[in-house]
Write a protein that binds this ligand. Structure first.
Ligand SMILES: Cc1ncc(COP(=O)(O)O)c(C=O)c1O
Length: 260
């Protein structure tokens, strides 16, 4: 079965993650006007707002760091309304049953939007999972590596790719087919081979910390698995080149997985 696994807490369609202390609270301060702090900077010369019920709230800063993404004001407005009173139920979205028709409709819309945006073919499943992308570093070998004599191929192009490899090694023979660690991950290795008897080949499409990207999926007959945490939805790509993709929610489209 082909799978596009989107690791996020509960809801995608609404970008529904209003809680939590974003980057240790640095986004909320008034006192650091104009300061660029860990990639956070104030929007200058433009009026950006988001809306709470009956209230226009100026958006003071934009986050250019590799951490959680900035969500569109409309998303925050819809999410905050859903937290207060969802679907005119006089209940919050997080106070109703996850089996209720109102909540199921949210999930179905999230599924449909994901399928539409990523052009997900019929024979691929879309899963919403808890635990973030790091949990998939473990779940991928657990699910795809043979129990006896399991083998997987990993392309090591950055710290997240290294972490994925580290988890693969715990469960079987995880082979590092190529690495750019020798030059602090400032390039993407080319011309490497992928063992034909590997249960899968794993790579990271965008190396968040080092700023390099794998532009072409290496040609191989073995199932291709990709961590797309920091570039999913940033470009169109043929999903049929992959057998499984996964992505933590917080980079591009939602809130930190573990806050829920
Ligand atoms: C490429 C990549 N993979 C994995 C992760 C880890 O994601 P999570 O925090 O959801 O475990 C990140 C960043 O957080 C990332 O940028």
């Amino acid at each position: 079965m082909k799978v596009a696994a989107l690791s996020l807490p509960v809801i995608l369609g609404f970008g529904f993650f209003p809680f939590g202390d974003n980057n240790g609270g640095e986004l909320s301060g008034q006192g650091d006007r104009g300061k660029i702090n860990r990639g956070l900077t104030r929007l200058s010369g433009q009026n950006h707002y988001f809306w709470l019920p009956n209230k226009r709230v100026p958006m003071k800063k934009h986050n250019f760091s590799a951490g959680p993404c900035i969500l569109a004001p409309e998303v925050l407005q819809q999410a905050s309304q859903a937290i207060l009173n969802f679907d005119d139920l006089d209940l919050s979205l997080i106070e109703i049953s996850h089996r209720s028709k109102n909540f199921v409709a949210v999930m179905e819309e999230a599924q449909a939007l994901t399928r539409e945006l990523l052009h997900v073919p019929e024979d691929y499943e879309v899963l919403f999972l808890q635990g973030g992308a790091s949990l998939q570093f473990v779940m991928v070998p657990f699910n795809l590596m043979q129990l006896e004599g399991g083998k997987a191929a990993y392309l090591n192009t950055g710290s997240w790719a290294s972490k994925a490899l580290k988890e693969g090694v715990r469960l079987g023979e995880a082979v590092e087919v190529a690495s750019s660690k020798d030059q602090n991950f400032n390039y993407i290795p080319k011309g490497f081979g992928i063992p034909e008897d590997a249960d899968y080949f794993h790579f990271t499409s965008n190396n968040t910390i080092f700023g390099t990207s794998v532009r072409e999926v290496p040609l191989t007959e073995v199932p291709v698995v990709c961590d797309m945490s920091s570039d999913i939805f940033s470009r169109q790509f043929p999903l049929t080149d992959y057998d499984l993709i996964y992505a933590g929610a917080q980079k591009i489209w939602g809130r930190l997985a573990l806050l829920w």
